[in-house]
Design a protein around this ligand. Structure first.
Ligand code: FAD
Length: 397
């Protein structure tokens, strides 16, 4: 596609120069001029009031997607246990499907896992597509991709959601490429556009400094991943669902990978995504001695220790306990932020906490904007005082 200027029509108003996201238009002798690095994105065409910018691109027509129905959730399970994010996605799927007046369906893959369908129905699935076969026992990219491709081609869903887990981050891009659709990763919000009835997928962009909303008009299903802890699981008591068994006819030699052994990682403590109380520390905590005090507070409250990226990079908190955009999204009952400034990338992971207490010596720290209780002070005094008072309460029964 080529973009060019009809110089006789151009008034040199500079609107196109301001609008061009690539800085690919300049003013030459009072007229707009397209530079070599123009990407032909077409933004300038829309802003030119004189219709002086021309393009040879044919307008793209939106295909008829009236046969595309249903909001699907890939229900991830490992060793017969469904991941929490599957329920959270079903919660969001119920809301989206309600707006579209369509069904919620779950995809359940594995070996001897059909019994899990009931749980998915309890969390809002109206259909559960089950692929129960020994070749799907452990996750393998090709095998799972092939089954999803078959199901998508057969049942034509409108929306397909996956958790941004280790499996989801591997599977979703492979599926999206295979079925030829776009994918928005790590969404923090999903809604339906009231007019176009398409999925609006919101996610942080440019290092988390802006939120971008992405929509896909030209292909189906609309695919998105969401990190665990971002959406809310909603039980649907009395929900009735159908279980549809999908026959798997994949040959072992087509899968391409063979699992020789599964070695389980030893788990220390509770996953911060499951903790009811989190005591999180930032750079203000200082050193490992400071973190020992935070750890004591967490233990007294029956919670876990978490941290910002900075303290994880300094080796003060394990990487699996990092909260934020590149860490985990958590939703505890109580989040105590100690010596944390509240950068947007950190807030992205803890905003869903029920109650937030922030302790910071700087009264202008951004963390106070999201805190329910703000304690302006030195954490080296505040945290030991909290510990002392908690011990006293415990001692008095
Ligand atoms: P600082 O910003 O240095 O804040 C320290 C705070 O401690 C200050 O507010 C200070 O007033 C206070 N303080 C100091 N001493 C005391 C004291 N004695 N008592 C009380 N308060 C005290 N960050 C994350 O956390 N998670 C992420 O997932 C993440 N992902 C990122 C992704 C990208 C692409 C980028 C660019 C950045 C990311 N970051 C992430 C980093 C983020 O931008 C911040 O740099 C980081 O969160 C700041 O950590 P902090 O609050 O510990 O440190």
């Amino acid at each position: 596609m080529t973009v060019w200027i009809e110089v006789d029509l151009c008034t040199g108003c500079k609107r196109c120069i301001k609008a061009c996201p690539y800085g690919a238009i300049e003013l030459k002798d009072g007229k707009a001029s397209i530079l070599e690095h123009c990407t032909s994105c077409g933004v300038c065409l829309e802003v030119c009031k004189e219709k002086a910018i021309k393009s040879d691109a044919k307008p793209r027509t939106i295909p008829d997607f009236s046969d595309r129905k249903g909001v699907w959730v890939f229900a991830e399970q490992r060793y017969g246990t469904l991941s929490k994010v599957s329920f959270e996605l079903l919660g969001k799927a119920q809301e989206l499907a309600g707006t579209l007046n369509q069904d919620v369906s779950a995809l359940l893959f594995g070996d001897q896992i059909s019994g899990l369908s009931e749980t998915l129905i309890k969390y809002g699935a109206q259909n559960v597509y089950v692929a129960d076969d020994p070749c799907l026992k452990n996750y393998r990219t090709n095998a799972y991709t092939m089954v999803i491709e078959e199901l998508v081609n057969q049942y034509k869903p409108n929306i397909l959601l996956m958790g941004a887990t280790h499996i989801g981050r591997d599977l979703a891009p492979r599926v999206s490429r295979r079925i030829g659709v776009g994918l928005t990763a790590d969404c923090t919000e999903l809604t339906i556009d009231p007019e176009e009835k398409i999925l609006l997928q919101t996610r942080p962009a440019f290092g988390g400094n802006i939120m971008a909303t992405i929509a896909n008009r030209f292909s189906r299903p609309q695919m998105a991943t969401v990190r665990p802890g971002v959406m809310e699981a909603v039980e649907k008591p009395g929900n009735k669902g159908s279980v549809i068994q999908h026959k798997v006819e994949i040959k072992e030699e087509d899968i391409g990978t063979k699992i020789l052994e599964v070695v389980m990682e030893e788990k220390k403590g509770t996953d911060i995504c499951d903790a009811r109380v989190l005591v999180a520390g930032g750079r203000g905590v200082g050193d490992s001695e400071g973190f020992k005090v935070l750890h004591e507070l967490a233990s007294l409250l029956g919670g876990e220790l978490a941290g910002t990226r900075i303290v994880v990079e300094e080796g003060l908190v394990p990487v699996e306990n990092q909260v934020g955009q590149t860490g985990k999204s958590v939703r505890p009952e109580l989040y105590i932020a100690c010596g944390i400034s509240g950068a947007i990338q950190h807030r992205a992971g803890m905003m869903n906490s029920r109650y937030i207490i922030a302790i910071n010596k700087d009264p202008r720290a951004p963390i106070f904007q999201v805190a329910d209780w703000s304690i302006v002070g030195d954490l080296n005094k505040v945290v030991p005082e909290m510990i002392a008072q908690l011990k006293e309460i415990k001692a008095n029964g």
